[in-house]
Design a protein around this ligand. Structure first.
Ligand code: SAH
Length: 238
């Protein structure tokens, strides 16, 4: 936790510059990992708002209180990237959401495709989505969650929504078998489509291309989705 993310409910009142947290996860982190004492300063941020510092004013087993809240720094800007991700297995999804949030992805679309196992859409990871996002924000020192959308039907999304989404942007689908090499250092906003473990079938690549995406490759080596995503983002946005 590189920043304690405060929700509106944690703030005692806007004027009195104090806050109190009582939930088990943050208390455990403060008690066991940060080992804070009364008087210590801590980096904080308010959900959807500014970042700054606060001073620990009281510690009990059930709560930690803060005073002298100073909120003077805007959160880091997002990267102008929409990541469209074929739904990977839950463990990988958890890590990829964390990574997407920490890297500052503006919008994340989780998409079905032929090689996605149907059971993945029933995974309990979807109940934990908001918690994973909070962990990513605390890791990155951000206060603003990306937009996350679920699209359990490939064709309606690609045919009906994607053309409008890619307008004015560079749109690419990462595909190991493409002949064009992935671009470096884009100066435009970008839509990046990445496959899951099974990749995309030719029909899906065709449909994505018809909707305005260009297929690009990172070379002959087939990478895991969780390796391909940060590599592509670094390359495109670098
Ligand atoms: N078994 C699949 C590979 C899936 S790899 C197949 O043979 O098609 C998972 C995803 O990571 C791919 O769909 C692609 O979006 C991305 N990826 C992995 N390696 C890549 C590469 N060398 N170039 C471009 N994209 C790659």
């Amino acid at each position: 936790m590189n920043l304690l993310l405060l929700e509106q409910d944690d703030l005692q009142s806007e004027q009195d510059h104090s806050a109190k947290i009582t939930d088990a996860r943050r208390l455990k982190h403060i008690h066991q990992t940060l080992n804070l004492n009364v008087g210590d300063s801590i980096k904080i941020g308010v959900r959807d708002g500014l970042k700054g510092t606060a001073q620990v004013s009281e510690i009990t087993p059930e709560s930690v209180s803060f005073s002298h809240l100073v909120l003077d720094t805007p959160p880091p800007v997002k990267i102008p990237l929409t990541l469209v991700l074929a739904l990977p297995r839950p463990l990988v999804l958890r890590r990829l959401i964390m990574d997407a949030v920490t890297m500052g992805v503006e919008r994340l679309v989780l998409l079905n495709s032929r090689c996605v196992e149907k059971s993945y859409w029933q995974s309990q990871v979807f109940d934990e989505l908001q918690q994973i996002v909070v962990l990513g924000l605390e890791q990155a020192g951000d206060t603003v969650a990306p937009i996350i959308e679920l699209r359990p039907r490939f064709r309606p999304f690609v045919e009906d929504e994607l053309p409008a989404l890619v307008e004015g942007k560079t749109a690419i689908v990462a595909h190991p078998y493409a002949t064009t090499v992935a671009p470096i250092g884009l100066t435009t906003p970008c839509v990046l489509v990445v496959g899951a473990e099974g990749g995309f079938i030719p029909f899906e690549i065709d449909l994505l291309e018809k909707s305005g995406c260009q297929s690009v490759s990172l070379g002959q080596r087939i990478l895991r989705t969780e390796t391909a995503v940060p590599l592509l983002i670094g390359r495109l946005m670098g």
